[in-house]
Design a protein around this ligand. Structure first.
Ligand SMILES: NC(=O)c1ccc[n+]([C@@H]2O[C@H](COP(=O)([O-])OP(=O)(O)OC[C@H]3O[C@@H](n4cnc5c(N)ncnc54)[C@H](OP(=O)(O)O)[C@@H]3O)[C@@H](O)[C@H]2O)c1
Length: 325
């Protein structure tokens, strides 16, 4: 038992202020589990969806948010092979990561190569693996295809811009404000549209009059219908989030305007396939180690989780933020 562990938790849905430090007692890992001492924990929009109550609470009485982290294995449960105390690891899985330590099924854990720091791993496990399925699985991008990617200066956005550039794609991005646009340009985006300054659809049409092969939209309510109108015939809309709120006014008939394809993917449906997880993590770490993806991260103490949520929801962040226990 570890009695000195702690977590950031909420007892009911609400704003960032519902997150408070609690003392936790960690039991020995059960069958198939490893115990991990966290060194860095990634912050993601999905943490806000759970905290606010947009997504149903996994446990009725308490929520510990957090869906990606990196650290060191401190104990190995029965039935686990291939892992030992001291191994450097990372994982992505919804909830329970905002903690100094936790137990988790070994099937979710990947090994960190030398040269990948805990901060980097905790910045990319969820966002980088999301990028992987976006550019290879949800839509198999080919060099030269036309791409529009919303929230390009965000955590997923900065990784996606660089991954697409490495694939020979020159994407157009959107972001709120000139500074975010400049940052996204330096992370793989060939052209940027400041969608706070005006109608992004008109600007996108001007840049790519024939329309885009694919639009990646994680903003949701504020952008989705206009995103559909940016596609070329038979184009694909990948809606993978709702940072501005849930989409409520979409009708299937909207796809008839161009025989469009629509998909609404979720990372954890990909990572539940162990082979996919290992291959995708290898690719991601490889791109970072050979310098084709640079990871932009800021660190805050784990106890500052509420402030970090407020900044993320207030559109004040760029790139990834990690919490340090
Ligand atoms: N489905 C999946 O598997 C999956 C996995 C990972 C992430 N996601 C989704 O991908 C998106 C990006 O995640 P992230 O953690 O990297 O976040 P992020 O992109 O760093 O932050 C969200 C960004 O969305 C933009 N935004 C536009 N309207 C907004 C509004 N009304 N309120 C807040 N933000 C708004 C803001 O950028 P601007 O100021 O530039 O507009 C903001 O910085 C999220 O929607 C998340 O849920 C989905």
């Amino acid at each position: 038992m570890t009695d000195s562990s702690y977590a950031m938790a909420a007892t009911g849905p609400g704003g960032p202020e519902v997150l408070a430090r609690i003392q936790t007692t960690l039991a020995a890992p059960e069958f198939g589990e490893v115990q991990i001492e966290h060194r860095a924990i990634g912050v993601n929009f999905i943490d806000c969806y759970f905290r606010s109550g947009l997504y149903p609470w996994p446990e009725p009485e308490r929520l510990i948010p957090g869906a990606e982290a990196a650290g060191v294995i401190s104990a190995v449960g029965p039935g686990v092979s291939g892992w030992k105390a001291g191994d450097r690891v990372a994982y992505t899985l919804p909830n329970n990561a905002y903690a100094s330590a936790r137990n988790i099924a070994a099937a979710h854990v990947v090994r960190l190569p030398d040269g990948i720091s805990f901060e980097t791993a905790a910045s990319v496990m969820l966002k980088g693996l999301t990028t992987r399925y976006l550019v290879k699985d949800s839509f198999a991008l080919r060099p030269g295809q036309q791409v529009l990617f919303h929230a390009a200066a965000g955590g997923v956005g900065l990784l996606a811009g660089q991954w697409m550039k490495a694939m020979g794609v020159h994407p157009v991005g959107t972001a709120g404000g000139p500074e975010k646009c400049a940052l996204a340009r330096s992370h793989g985006f060939a052209e940027m549209i400041d969608y706070r300054a005006g109608d992004f659809r008109a600007a996108a049409r001007q840049l790519v009059p024939e329309g885009f092969h694919v639009v990646y939209d994680s903003v949701g309510k504020d952008t989705l219908l206009a995103s559909l109108k940016c596609l070329r015939l038979h184009g694909t809309l990948v809606n993978f989030g709702q940072s501005s709120g849930a989409v409520s006014d979409f009708r299937i008939a909207d796809l008839a305007a161009g025989s469009f394809h629509l998909t609404r993917p979720v990372l954890f449906h990909f990572t539940s396939d162990r082979k996919w997880l290992e291959r995708a993590a290898d690719e991601l770490f490889g791109l970072i180690l050979d310098g084709r993806i640079a990871v932009q991260t800021q660190s805050e103490p784990l106890t500052s989780a509420a402030k970090v949520h407020a900044d993320l929801e207030g559109r004040r962040t760029t790139g990834s933020t990690v919490l340090i226990p």
